[in-house]
Design a protein around this ligand. Structure first.
Ligand SMILES: Cc1ncc(COP(=O)(O)O)c(C=O)c1O
Length: 465
């Protein structure tokens, strides 16, 4: 006798639509109305008879708790930024130094061609449906065309479209690591890596970046951390939060470490091409002869549209080390949710083809000039030592730790002095004084003298409070 049962959800008046078991319709109007109970759920055996659910639960009272994953998820930046909304203080305007969203101050609009591409995608009515989980082939091809180079050629099949670079990082970590594995993450670094890894039971090992060497990787330290369970090495270049750009030689040195220990690289290259004149930043993949690389990027920064949530993973695996398994793993993970918005996918090709070079140039020159102003003004504040950036959107400032200085006191700072910046884990001792590093984003209107004056005064108050 068949004992299998099926759950049937009803709408209170009877079953919604027809219920079919083994190809037989149970009842035209739904299951026997008399048998419908309050919550409308029945078990129906294979012959169509109804019987009440026998409870297998001993629960007597409500106890709904957040999952371990939820409890283990903390994004410190979001916690600070989201928390800011709770702290209105009418006496002084906010000087926001913590925001990496280039759209917030209205002074860095995206290009008209980017907007037009979106409008055309909407008007075409071609992108209102579900795209394949890894993205439309044509859109993947468009990304491949932009990032392919002779040293690291890409085809459409090497591209997976995601919801922002964040989902790209999420998929990349998820496909490479198991709980109990570890990943190597830069310190100071972008906080999302740890947020994602810890929630998945992956250990995070921080390798140092060296402020005195323009935030290059401490290679010896990095190598000393690698063990049997190291499943990937994260490299952020150009860097958030340091604003640094690694040169070719340094990238090659990093690749040698990865190659010696057979560890793949997750290259976070969301700021690729956002480097100041005079610096160059080859992609990690263009320099790799053997190390397989998942390069994560997106539209957010270079095209100044972080809210459009368009990102990608570029799979570089010339020696077939990832093989089909990692590729299939990425495809499977992308099927959990369809991440990338169809309309933005529809606009991609036009965005890449029509954005004028002058737009990219003017963004870079704005960021460079802001960096120079920040650097010179911050240098004049006793206790602060900024490190001149070479790209991206941030400038690191070393803050002398004096008496009463409270580390991680950004909330307090926000409340009292209305300056918001992001502390990092990096601190060094110089001539007996500890220096903490904070990062500050540059899209704000630093060109206004008053704002700078205010900012510096408040910085001083912060340090010496
Ligand atoms: C280094 C780095 N990687 C990834 C991201 C996330 O990018 P997205 O907004 O496309 O998810 C950011 C955003 O600030 C970032 O700075």
């Amino acid at each position: 006798m068949e004992t299998k049962s099926y759950k049937v959800q009803t709408n209170g008046k009877g079953v919604c639509g027809k219920t079919t078991v083994n190809g037989k319709t149970l009842n035209e109007n739904g299951v026997n109305r008399n048998g419908v109970n309050g919550n409308g759920v029945h078990h129906v055996n294979i012959k169509g008879a109804l019987y009440p659910i026998k409870s297998k639960s001993r629960r007597q009272r409500w106890e709904v708790k957040p999952s371990e994953m939820a409890n283990n998820t903390l994004n410190p930046i979001r916690a600070i930024v989201d928390g800011m909304k709770l702290t209105p203080n009418p006496d002084k305007p906010m000087i926001a130094l913590s925001i990496g969203d280039p759209t917030v101050f209205g002074n860095l609009p995206t290009d008209g061609a980017v907007l037009q591409a979106m409008k055309d995608a909407i008007d075409s009515q071609k992108y209102n449906g579900y795209a394949p989980s890894v993205g439309y082939l044509q859109s993947r091809q468009a990304v491949a065309n932009v990032y392919s180079c002779p040293e690291a050629p890409l085809e459409a099949e090497d591209v997976i479209l995601t919801s922002g670079c964040s989902q790209a990082i999420d998929l990349a970590i998820s496909v490479l690591c198991n709980p109990g594995d570890n990943i190597l993450v830069p310190c100071p670094g972008f906080s999302l890596y740890k947020t994602l890894a810890v929630s998945m039971g992956i250990e995070v090992k921080l390798y140092n970046l060296l402020p005195e060497k323009s935030w290059e990787v401490d290679l010896q330290h990095m190598e000393s951390l690698i063990d049997e369970r190291t499943s990937c090495l994260i490299i952020t270049n150009p860097s958030n939060p340091c604003g640094s750009v690694f040169n070719k030689k340094h990238l090659q040195e990093i690749l040698k470490v990865a190659s010696r220990h057979c560890v793949p690289i997750l290259a976070d290259e969301i700021y690729s091409d956002m480097v100041f004149p005079g610096c160059s930043s080859p992609s990690m993949a263009s320099l790799s002869s053997d190390v397989p690389i998942l390069s994560c990027g997106g539209l957010a920064k270079r095209w100044l549209v972080p809210g459009w949530r368009m990102g990608w993973i570029l799979i570089h695996d010339r020696n077939d080390i990832f093989g089909t398994e990692i590729r299939q793993g990425l495809v499977k993970l992308s099927q959990r949710i369809l991440g990338a918005c169809s309309i933005v996918q529809g606009a991609l090709e036009q965005i890449f083809n029509n954005t004028p070079q002058s737009f990219y140039n003017s963004t870079i020159s704005f960021l460079k000039s802001n960096s120079e102003i920040c650097f010179s003004k911050l240098s004049s504040v006793p206790g602060l030592t900024p490190v001149m950036p070479s790209g991206a959107m941030y400038i690191m400032v070393s803050v002398e730790r004096v008496k009463n200085f409270k580390r991680d006191s950004e909330r307090e700072l926000l409340l009292n002095k209305k300056v918001c910046l992001i502390p990092t884990k990096q601190h060094i001792k110089k001539r007996g004084v500890t220096q903490d590093f904070c990062t500050t984003a540059k899209p704000n209107r630093v060109d206004q003298h008053q704002s700078l004056h205010d900012r510096n005064t408040r910085f001083m108050l912060f340090i010496h409070n």
